[in-house]
Write a protein of this length. Structure first.
Length: 358
């Protein structure tokens, strides 16, 4: 079969690779339909690398060259003998988290914290940009009324919803979102779902900032950090926002969030920062501010995401700015995303045109 694989920096190829074979008792063979390109994928293309292992992963044995694609919808092709939740022909969203199921954290249900966890399309043998992929029974959710394209956005939408839930956004709250790439833009929609009264953003790219305002933000803060904090104070009667969400992962963005929340406010951090940084711990103590990390999503956040999309309350398709066939994934996907002049948010890649027969 054909699959998009990362071999190294600026080295993305469509290779011929062996098919997965028949599913084991608790496995499901799927044919990916649409897949989203993520910032993690882009970093493996332009750097800094680090998510895709160079040496065999302890749980899956996967390493470069590796099939990419961890945000995808698919059609079920075949199921193992123990599978009862789906059948061939079903349309599904694929949850890429693959956990050991045996460690103390897995046994208490904290699967996202599994120390051996892997991700389809990042550190597993299969990914959403291959003709076929083998997944675990717990990794599929029927799409129901969702479109295949919406199904491909469930994964990043769950990341954003989880960050909003971790931040405790409630009806009437004011929210600041720093960075309006896909996760930040989806966090605008998720904050609206949670009942936020006013959403402010910090986004230097004018095209992304314009999209953020279309999605429901009321103002984009400009200038240097001190000016942005002043603007927030002016917009919130001197208090600051209730919750700030760092979706940028840049130097100073956590401190911007800390300075922008009101006394007793919350900072949620779903972004992946490249390394250690200085945090204004005095302000955390003296205001006081709660700083919470948000890693991926829980099963609850995943299920809520699917339910909210189905109900029409979480219109995740609005962040999709381009679509490209898999054969053009480098020019139409990776290169498009790294061109700041285009202001792309979410590029979807069409993998298979039609349902595969079992």
């Amino acid at each position: 079969m054909r699959a998009v694989r990362v071999h190294g920096l600026h080295d993305i190829r469509i290779d011929e690779v062996p098919e997965p074979g028949k599913p084991g008792p608790s496995e499901i063979l799927v044919a990916p339909r649409w897949g989203g390109l993520c910032g993690t994928d882009v970093k493996e293309y332009v750097g800094p690398v680090g998510s895709v292992p160079d040496q065999p992963h302890p749980l899956t044995g996967a390493c470069k060259p590796l099939i990419l694609g961890h945000e995808f919808s698919a059609n079920v092709v075949a199921v193992g003998s123990a599978i009862a939740n789906v059948r061939p022909g079903d349309r599904v969203a694929v949850m890429p988290l693959h956990y050991c199921g045996a460690c103390p954290l897995c046994l208490r249900g904290d699967f996202i914290l599994c120390p051996q966890k892997a991700w389809l399309g990042i550190s597993d043998r299969w990914g959403g940009f291959g003709d076929l992929a083998m997944v675990q029974s717990y990794q599929v959710t029927r799409l129901g009324s969702l479109t295949d394209e919406q199904g491909a956005v469930v994964e990043p939408a769950a990341v954003s919803l989880n960050a909003v839930l971790r931040g405790g956004v409630a009806p009437g709250d004011t929210v600041l979102i720093v960075g309006c790439g896909p996760i930040g833009s989806l966090a605008i929609l998720a904050s609206r779902v949670a009942g936020a009264a006013r959403i402010y953003v910090v986004e230097p790219n004018p095209k992304r900032a314009a999209i953020a305002l279309q999605l429901g933000a009321v103002a984009n803060l400009e200038g240097e950090r001190a000016q942005q904090v002043t603007q927030i104070r002016d917009l919130t009667n001197g208090m600051g926002v209730d919750i700030a969400i760092d979706c940028a992962g840049k130097a100073g963005t956590v401190n911007l969030c800390i300075e922008s929340v009101r006394p007793g406010g919350v900072v949620s951090v779903p972004s992946v920062h490249p390394g250690p940084m200085e945090i204004d711990i005095r302000s955390v103590t003296r205001k006081p501010v709660s700083v919470v990390g948000s890693l991926g999503y829980t099963q609850e956040a995943w299920d809520r995401t699917v339910a909210l999309i189905a109900a029409g309350r979480y219109p995740v398709e609005r962040v999709v700015t381009s679509r490209t066939p898999r054969d053009e994934i480098v020019a139409g996907g990776f290169e498009a995303l790294i061109d700041p002049g285009r202001g792309e948010l979410k590029v979807l890649v069409e993998v298979n045109h039609a349902v595969r027969d079992a």
